[in-house]
Design a protein. Structure first.
Length: 648
């Protein structure tokens, strides 16, 4: 009996396989001109829809001009009925809807009506069970097995058939791209809110995945530039439907981004062509004693070839071209609170930084080593990862949590969304060092490049902390001057004034070592000064005019530099997704103006910043600078007296 029923069902499916969606207009109360204008609208909507959607949504949907919709609503759908707001019908009939600009993203009232029809049909499509005949047969077989064996005896293919809906809006890949990625450490659970809030065509898309699908299908079908503004989603929808709109625009090869480097004297607006990216490394900053850094820091390094160079191993020598993708907490009040980091008070943003700056930041200032471990990615995966990074750079503004949405979590989500590698879905690590270990263990990262430490340093797979260099210089000082301290840390703990008497005793070799170690002392004091500013920034400091000037410069720098990690601010809500050629001139103008102002403020702050420091810190900085001046004079004197300088 069941076989006969299945056969009949299959024949029924085959008989209707060629049937398409039909939009039937309710004509009872429509005048001829209203009927003609309405039918033209529906015909245009049907012509825009993908053939696969029309075939799978095999039903008749009645379209009604309805008087009871809210004034601001264009339409709604439910069951097999689509209602449009009758108040909009007169302008559709007389043609004025085609020229009435609404302030909405589709422009005119007629385009909004057309988008509404597509939006509501998208909802009907998404609610339907999109089973193929094979899936239909499996469902029937699972019903039969469940009736005789119970759920325990079901084959693996049947498990979840009763609960799982095969829809577009709960597709795992779409959810990753849409902004509801898999939560790290939560066994497949999804993020509850969408943080891709910048450069949205319609913020209604952020309310839930169903509305996201409906809104984005409007733009996928009606906006030729969608292919360039949201390329990852364009590719996903095209693959889902096996079809691409004929109107889809051809896109430029590169993606726009802002370089958040500290050099305010050069333009931050650049274009990155993924074809120039040879490899992507997992860049890991090793831990130090600071609470927020005890597990290291996760980043991605883009190994970018110099212009004109064919992608290959030699691109690793083009260090000045390499960029770092780093998720960081954006702190616009310079106070980094551990409690705020636990509660998500800081925005999490994707910073794009020059590799040289990152190396200096960690190895020279924070005295932390860097390991750069190549990821085993195919060319297409590299291209898609660069593309996805650009999309997040322009759209993402999340919340940073030290323990649940930190740099490791954000990096893993970027790798999942950018590469779609199945192996990454099962990875769960909320610690930067743990994520690196898992990537290596799963064969996704090549740690063999670190096996030979000297070769790793030579080829740029490792960047050592300057701590070892400073210690080597200290050993020279201890041997030649007989210093009583046992380590460079103990030497640097002395006040600068207590280190000064040793300068006159130094020979050429010791003086050169003193110079390098005293430079380390300066970097250490500058780092401590930065922390002091963080801790004192919001405290009351009187009304000294010079202090207020420096304080104002610091505040303006922090407020103005936020656009480097949230570049959507430059376009002030115009457009959506990746900026296009029509927006490029404005981007250039706005970024150049802001960068010029930041450069002026930076120079002003360099002159005035020390008035923001406490007397003790300021005096120590001045004492170190005096030491450096004295060491330089001593070296010049020794050089004149004794010939060439022998470096330690």
């Amino acid at each position: 009996m069941i076989r006969a029923w299945l056969l009949a069902s299959c024949l029924g499916l085959a008989a209707t396989a060629q049937a398409d969606l039909r939009l039937t207009l309710a004509t009872a109360d429509l005048q001829p001109d209203e009927l003609q204008a309405s039918q033209a609208l529906l015909d245009e909507a049907l012509a825009a829809l993908p053939p696969r959607l029309l075939q799978r949504l095999d039903r008749e949907v009645q379209v009604v001009w309805h008087d009871g919709l809210p004034a601001q609503a264009y339409g709604r759908a439910g069951g097999d009925r689509l209602e449009l707001n009758r108040k909009l019908l007169p302008s559709l009939v007389d043609g004025s809807a085609a020229s009435q600009h609404t302030g909405r993203t589709h422009g005119t009232r007629r385009r909004e009506l057309l988008a509404t029809v597509i939006h509501e049909i998208a909802h009907l499509y998404d609610r339907a069970r999109l089973w193929s005949p094979g899936q239909f047969l499996l469902q029937a077989q699972c019903h039969q097995r469940a009736g005789s064996l119970g759920v325990v005896g079901l084959p693996d293919a049947c498990r979840g058939q009763e609960q799982r809906r095969f829809t577009l809006s709960d597709d795992p890949r779409l959810l990753d791209l849409a902004g509801w990625p898999q939560r790290v450490g939560r066994r497949g659970a999804r993020e509850l809110t969408n943080a891709q809030v910048a450069r949205s065509p319609d913020r209604y898309e952020l309310s839930n995945p169903r509305e996201f699908v409906a809104v984005n299908l409007e733009y996928f079908l009606l906006d030729p530039s969608y292919a360039c503004r949201r390329p990852s989603l364009q590719r996903h929808f095209s693959a889902h439907f096996g079809w691409t709109p004929a109107s889809a625009a051809a896109c430029a090869a590169g993606y726009p981004f802002l370089n958040a480097g500290r050099d305010f004297g050069r333009t931050p607006l650049l274009t990155l062509d993924p074809a120039r990216v040879y490899e992507v490394d997992y860049l890991f900053a090793e831990a130090n004693d600071a609470w927020v850094s005890r597990w290291g820091h996760s980043m991605l390094r883009l190994v970018i070839c110099a212009p004109g160079r064919t992608p290959g191993p030699d691109c690793r020598l083009d260090l000045e071209q390499h960029l770092v993708l780093s998720f960081r907490a954006f702190v616009d009040d310079v106070q980094l609170s551990s409690w705020d980091g636990l509660t998500g008070a800081y925005p999490s943003r994707l910073f794009i930084l020059p590799l040289g700056q990152v190396i200096d930041e960690y190895t020279k200032v924070e005295l932390r080593s860097l390991a750069s471990v190549p990821l085993k990615l195919r060319r297409e995966e590299i291209r898609q990862l660069v593309e996805r990074s650009a999309e997040l750079h322009w759209s993402y503004d999340g919340d940073y949590y030290f323990l649940s949405n930190n740099c490791a979590v954000e990096t893993l989500k970027l790798l999942r969304g950018g590469t779609a590698r199945d192996e990454l879905r099962a990875l769960d690590s909320i610690m930067p060092n743990g994520l690196l270990e898992v990537l290596i263990h799963r064969g996704l990262a090549d740690s063999s490049v670190l096996d030979d430490p000297r070769e790793a340093l030579r080829l740029g797979y490792r960047f050592d902390s300057y701590r070892d260099r400073y210690q080597a210089m200290f050993v020279v000082l201890k041997e030649r001057l007989g210093l009583p301290q046992d380590s460079v840390e103990q030497w640097l703990e002395l006040d600068a004034a207590k280190r000064r008497p040793w300068i006159k005793r130094a020979d050429l070799r010791a003086a050169a070592a003193l110079l390098l170690v005293e430079q380390a002392a300066l970097r250490k004091q500058l780092l401590l000064a930065q922390d002091e500013l963080k801790n004192r920034y919001l405290g009351g400091r009187g009304h000294d005019a010079r202090l207020d000037k420096a304080d104002g410069a610091l505040q303006e720098i922090l407020a103005s530099s936020g656009y480097l990690s949230r570049p959507a601010e430059l376009l002030d809500g115009d457009g959506y997704g990746l900026p296009q050629a029509s927006e490029w001139r404005r981007l250039e103008r706005e970024s150049e103006q802001r960068q010029l102002r930041l450069n002026e403020l930076s120079e002003e702050l360099d002159r005035e910043v020390r008035v923001l420091l406490g007397d003790e810190r300021r005096e120590e900085l001045e004492a170190i600078e005096a030491n450096l001046t004295q060491i330089g004079e001593h070296l010049r004197g020794l050089h004149k007296a004794g010939g060439g300088l022998e470096l330690p």
